[in-house]
Design a protein around this ligand. Structure first.
Ligand code: PMP
Length: 350
């Protein structure tokens, strides 16, 4: 703590991401993809002309925005890019949510949202999940300075249909509704097609999960031109070069290879369903998931004891030491072998 820090920074509890362990563990704690990125990524990296790095990248990231626009069936001027969707979310919070009315968010969702609110002095209100651990979209009232939620939600895993989100957008018309689709590639339904009808809808996405590029840091937002223009305005006040040259080329190569991406996501979903069945035979409660993780609890064992038992057996999962969540473990879906090791370890423990 320093006297030189501003009051908002002094009051801040920074978000702590899942551990990146130094020792070799079966790592199922940060929802990374267990499969390598597209082979096209390797070809681009090998062929990259290093001399190009003398130059600044394109301040408009046009080629990458065009590739994302083609992938999502929108126009390049409806796309914004940043260093991971975390950065895009931070810019969106600054651009849209510093309002007199409170930002609404689910009581359980991505824990970065309240961190951004505290940092940017955004007044927010949380809305409880329903009794099935799903976001109660109908409980979001219209008197707000914005709405944000992850769909599918993290860490609970449930995703709402496009139609359910459209119903929310029919009611909330005066503020920005930000739908964070970080996990949509694993069986969720994207709401990007709704942007044509709802100028206040902003959808964020990432290449970190479905496309196995968490180390690259490329995320994006898709929305109406007026929302994208707002984001550009804020971004240009910080750094007018959104994405570095190498990341941009790698991301484009990945986006052009739909078949590798789809095959990896399908494999992850198949492994998820196998894991669910195995856990259910051990009496775990497994929440329905449209993501690359499962959120589970056991009637007889605490989340903390399962976490440490797995860790002793060389398996790292995520445990949130927070009110209401401490019974649960969030388990990322790894390869079949990794999930086999998880199941074997749990069979000894429960
Ligand atoms: N949204 C949610 C819900 C997440 O879980 C994550 C990853 N932790 C992100 C956004 C950010 O992902 P990235 O910055 O890698 O794009």
């Amino acid at each position: 703590m320093s006297q030189f820090w501003s009051p908002a920074v002094r009051a801040l509890t920074p978000y702590v991401p899942g551990e990146q362990p130094r020792e070799k563990l079966v790592k199922l704690n940060t929802n990374e993809n267990p499969y390598p990125p597209s082979p096209a990524v390797e070809r681009v990296l090998q062929a990259f002309a290093v001399d190009h790095l003398r130059r600044y990248p394109d301040p408009e990231s046009l080629a990458l925005r065009q590739a994302l626009a083609r992938t999502h069936g929108v126009e390049p001027d409806q796309v914004f890019v940043g260093n991971g969707s975390d950065e895009v979310l931070a810019l969106a919070f600054q651009t849209f949510f510093c309002q007199p009315k409170p930002l609404l968010m689910p009581a359980i969702s991505y824990s970065f949202y309240p961190v951004y609110c505290k940092l940017y002095d955004i007044h927010y209100r949380t809305v409880a999940l329903d009794d099935r651990w799903q976001i109660a979209l109908e409980a979001f009232d219209t008197d707000n300075g914005g709405v944000v939620f992850a769909n599918p939600n993290a860490p609970t895993g449930h995703g709402h249909s496009r139609q359910a989100v459209a119903q929310l957008l029919e009611r909330v018309t005066e503020s920005v509704v930000l739908v964070d689709e970080a996990y949509v590639d694993f069986g969720g339904e994207s709401v990007v097609p709704l942007i044509a009808d709802y100028p206040n809808l902003l959808v964020t996405g990432t290449l970190s999960k479905g496309r196995s590029l968490a180390g690259l840091r490329v995320g994006y937002a898709i929305g109406s031109r007026e929302l994208i223009e707002g984001l550009e305005r804020v971004k240009n006040s910080f750094n007018s070069y959104p994405i570095d040259m190498l990341a941009s080329e790698v991301a484009i190569a990945s986006l052009e290879d739909q078949s590798h991406f789809q095959a990896c996501c399908e494999q992850v979903m198949a492994t998820r369903e196998w894991t669910r069945q195995q856990l259910e035979t051990m009496a775990f409660e497994v929440l329905p998931s449209q993501t690359n993780f499962l959120f589970v609890r056991h009637p007889r064992h605490s989340g903390a004891s399962l976490f440490s038992g797995l860790r002793e057996r060389g398996i790292l999962v995520r445990h949130f030491n927070k009110d209401g969540l401490s019974d649960f473990l969030r388990i990322s879906i790894g390869t079949d072998d990794e999930m086999g090791s998880l199941v074997e370890a749990l069979q000894v423990m429960v």
